[in-house]
Design a protein around this ligand. Structure first.
Ligand SMILES: Nc1ncnc2c1ncn2[C@@H]1O[C@H](COP(=O)(O)OP(=O)(O)O)[C@@H](O)[C@H]1O
Ligand SMILES: [Mg+2]
Length: 495
């Protein structure tokens, strides 16, 4: 639903208190003004503790100037007339019991009036006493049309030379998706100042500015993916699945009636190429890769985790089409099932699951996990992921391929190496351990008079690695059993 409509309905259905979450205060003001205008006849006031009440249009019957929040709420209660009151940055006052109590009173007393309080704040934060009675509305980031308008406005007002084809303009506007209005304005202007004209080169600048902005968000990280799908040795079933969906997000696929792929969950022991697959998919599909850092989602102050999660998902939707990568998902959600949980991780988990279930935007989720013992079963339920893949240790043919991949990265002529022999000697090794064996060999040979390394050196390098599968054979066995009837095999069997 359009945000205007959503607010409009909430106000007309006489919700006494509404929470509007956004860091973009100006846009929020414009939005509320627009909605108030539609509901003609309703007075509109903005309040903050420094400036008191400001009236939008008409004379102001309420005081301006510094005012404490309790007085403000009392003025609202006593106000005669239909009105909307936007309270800016009210969240710090939730610490005061008297304020929370007063808000609860308003929840009752305003119900029979045509007065609405809108709590405007950049945080998703409400005291538990009123949380269930206050609907929360999120102002989404500006969409394509809004950004295009901003771009045109800047070009017109600054009399800049514009040298952009229709296609290039579209790309430029798209590259700014995920920014707030102010941020977008900022990068467009910066780009004009730097290049004097607005042309193709602006796209690169906007993209790099966006990376900086998103880095500040912390929870989401832009992952420049250099890995190609051919850098993955083996895992042919998984690679085939991904290749088949190469054009899944194209407009032609949409016209054909194909649904957007939702995402995959990849389970397997560490070092077998799960993270590598996430990165390579980004290159294969030519979609940006956004890594969701769960540690940071939960690392924040109590009560902010949920908000951070929501913000991250919203941001991913705005940037879509894109790939949202959740690495080592068990770390994030395992405490959901554990004892002594504060309820936070359960709520964050719930937010994520609901979003997975309902999302319509082309955000493809790749979740990876090393351990399943603590994963909540809801995650595995049908309809959430398109497929759950199990990545096993590479078999003989796959190990040959992995040797080839890594040797050709460092040596142009790999026929000098007996890859078949090496694959035979590395049963139970993961891809990461094979890579390690090659690195060991290179160090040894380099140390030994800087000579080139040989198959013999790699054999020595192999002996220096203790594969995890030796240390954890039981756990791997259990994982295989678990995976047998729940997952699809990422590795293609050879007969
Ligand atoms: N199947 C594979 N083919 C090629 N390299 C691999 C493979 N599996 C692992 N590697 C190497 O090991 C590194 C670590 O693997 P990674 O994908 O991070 O493992 P995990 O499954 O724990 O996410 C990779 O960056 C890559 O260099
Ligand atoms: Mg990994």
């Amino acid at each position: 639903m359009d945000i205007r409509e959503e607010l409009d309905i909430l106000i007309r259905s006489r919700q006494p208190v509404i929470s509007l979450v956004t860091g973009e205060e100006e846009r929020a003001h414009d939005l509320v003004k627009e909605v108030a205008q539609r509901l003609n006849g309703r007075d509109l006031f903005f309040w903050n503790t420094v400036m008191g009440f400001r009236r939008e249009g008409g004379s102001n019957p309420l005081e301006e100037g510094r005012m404490d929040p309790l007085t403000a709420l009392q003025r609202i209660e006593g106000y005669r007339g239909d009105a909307i009151f936007v309270l800016e940055d009210f969240h710090p006052f939730f610490e005061q019991p008297v304020i929370v109590r007063m808000l609860r009173n308003l929840l009752h007393s305003l119900r029979s009036s045509r007065k609405t309080v809108i709590l405007l704040s950049p945080f998703f934060k409400l005291p538990p006493e009123i949380r269930d009675d206050v609907p929360q509305v999120f102002l989404p980031l500006p969409d394509y049309e809004a950004l295009r308008e901003i771009l045109h406005e800047i070009c017109d007002s600054r009399d800049v030379k514009v040298d952009l084809s229709k296609d290039a303009e579209e790309k430029l506007v798209k590259s700014a998706l995920g920014l707030t209005e102010n941020q977008a304005r900022g990068v467009f202007v910066k780009s004009i100042l730097k290049h004097k004209v607005l042309d193709q080169s602006a796209i690169q600048l906007v993209l790099s500015e966006k990376q900086k902005v998103i880095r500040k968000e912390e929870v989401l990280e832009f992952f420049p993916a250099r890995e190609k799908i051919s850098d993955i040795g083996g895992l042919d079933n998984l690679k085939d699945w991904l290749k088949k969906r190469d054009k899944a997000f194209s407009s032609r696929a949409k016209e054909y009636g194909l649904p957007n792929p939702k995402g995959i969950l990849i389970i397997g022991i560490q070092g077998t190429g799960k993270s590598l697959t996430a990165k390579a998919t980004s290159a294969l599909w030519r979609l940006p890769l956004l890594r969701l850092d769960m540690g940071k989602v939960f690392g924040s102050l109590v009560g902010e985790s949920e908000e951070r999660m929501r913000k991250a998902l919203l941001l991913a939707e705005t940037i879509s089409p894109c790939i949202l990568w959740i690495d080592e998902i068990e770390k994030a959600f395992s405490s959901v099932t554990g004892a002594g949980d504060s309820g936070t991780s359960a709520r964050v988990f719930g937010t994520f699951l609901t979003w997975m279930q309902e999302k319509e935007k082309p955000v493809f989720v790749i979740a990876t996990g090393n351990d399943i013992t603590n994963l909540p079963p809801e995650l595995m339920r049908k309809g959430r992921f398109d497929e759950i893949f199990f990545v096993d240790l590479p078999h003989y043919e796959e190990r040959m391929e992995i040797f080839r991949v890594h040797l050709s990265k460092v040596r142009p002529v790999i026929r000098n190496y007996d890859v078949a022999l090496l694959a035979g000697e590395t049963e139970g090794f993961s891809g990461a351990e094979i890579e390690q064996a090659i690195i060991n060999a290179m160090y040894n040979a380099f140390d030994d008079g800087e000579r080139d390394f040989t198959t013999e050196d790699i054999l020595q390098g192999i002996r220096e690695v203790v594969p995890i599968s030796k240390l954890m054979s039981e756990r791997i066995e259990r994982l295989r059993e678990w995976a047998a009837d729940r997952t699809r095999k990422a590795n293609k069997e050879v007969h």
